[in-house]
Design a protein around this ligand. Structure first.
Ligand code: UT7
Length: 333
């Protein structure tokens, strides 16, 4: 069986910055509260005309450039998103058309903020079998468009963005293990209740704000604190590794307190934990690939480094992935 690794990473973030000071003017909150409870300083917000497929396409082209892969070589595109451009067609199909990936199958995957890890797992399996050779995995979300900007308990948390990576065969290293899970009984703790087949959009639904993110923050927090450590440990065990073998933990960027709890469970020192939640807030499925892109740019992902990606999200879902970062020479052409 061939191994699968990441050949190139890309990202796209909107220009507009929304600071905590801006939020103080919109809802009853304070910079101090937001910093203390979440670690977030600012987040990026898409323009009115910018959708998930726009950011996803830009991130995709960036990843293809980094991977030195021609768009025509792509044979599959998976977009992990909770904010598709529309119910259908899939956002992945819009991306396929936008970037001109004529030879790629394309579909969306919904696993909330864990979506990127779910999609990465599928891409890795597809490449390992030999059935697919160049899979584009994208995490893209424009959560600002399903955020109730009058609800201080949610609107301070989220931001917009996209991250992408090209998954393809490698001679060594690459993805060593993955672990995915879900607890659907907790689905009502983090949801967008309306706009689907259970509660189609109507004037009444809009009036009640049921088309926005609804969250029982404390419950999601408790779940996240427990599951981030557990999922990481399970993925490490499947890889035959110990927490002390980890060079870098790249967790879903939802809340600094959740990240710190995961790091503590693995007994990792702060320099082994990647954090950018302060600059972007929670960008949903985009959070992990954006973080991977920035960790790489900052020199934290040298070839041979052992990395754990871990996330949780709506579903409730969770997942982790252990990989060994590849050099350009590791690519199996
Ligand atoms: O990708 C998954 C997405 N979801 C998450 O990651 C969410 C996970 N949960 C969390 O990160 C945390 O639960 C929050 C950051 C959402 C909230 O932090 P908390 O420490 O659990 O605060 P809390 O909900 O217990 O609220 C404490 C107080 C409350 O006031 P009272 O009842 O004690 O008087 C809230 O009304 O803080 C109040 N509060 C705020 N105050 C100022 C809630 N939101 C705000 C706010 N500004 N934005």
């Amino acid at each position: 069986m061939v191994r699968a690794g990441i050949w190139g990473v890309g990202k796209a973030i909107p220009e507009k910055v929304l600071t905590n000071a801006d939020l103080e003017k919109m809802v009853d909150t304070s910079h101090e509260w937001i910093i203390e409870r979440t670690g977030i300083v600012e987040r990026r917000i898409a323009s009115p005309e910018q959708s998930s497929s726009d950011l996803a396409s830009a991130a995709a082209l960036d990843a293809l450039r980094a991977a030195e892969v021609d768009v025509g070589e792509l044979d599959m595109i998976i977009v992990a998103t909770a904010t598709p451009d529309m119910v259908f067609p899939a956002t992945a199909c819009l991306v396929q058309a936008e970037i001109g990936a004529k030879n790629a199958a394309a579909f969306d995957l919904l696993a909330g903020c864990t979506g990127f890890i779910y999609a990465l797992d599928l891409a890795v399996r597809a490449v390992e079998t030999g059935a697919y050779k160049r899979v584009l995995v994208i995490g893209a979300d424009v959560l600002s468009k399903i955020t109730n900007w009058r609800d201080r308990t949610t609107c301070v948390l989220f931001g917009d963005g996209a991250g992408a990576c090209v998954v393809a065969p490698v001679k060594r290293g690459g993805v060593i293990s993955t672990y995915l899970g879900a607890d659907g009984s907790g689905g009502d703790k983090l949801s967008v209740p309306a706009g689907g087949s259970r509660l189609p959009l109507s004037a009444e639904v809009l009036e009640q704000g049921l088309h926005y993110i609804h969250m029982v923050g404390k419950e999601v927090f408790k779940f996240a604190v427990r599951i981030m450590g557990e999922a990481s440990l399970e993925a490490l065990q499947r890889a035959g590794l110990q927490p002390e073998d980890v060079d870098l933990l790249i967790p879903h960027q939802a809340n600094i307190r959740i990240i710190d709890a995961a790091a503590k469970r693995l007994d990792l020192s702060p320099e082994k934990v990647f954090v950018n939640v302060d600059r972007y807030g929670n960008t949903g499925a985009a959070s992990i690939p954006i973080a991977v892109h920035e960790a790489l740019a900052q020199g934290g992902l040298l070839p041979g480094k052992r990395v754990v990606l871990v996330g949780f999200g709506a579903g409730l879902t969770y997942g982790a992935c252990v990989l060994e970062w590849n050099s350009r020479e590791d690519r199996l052409l």
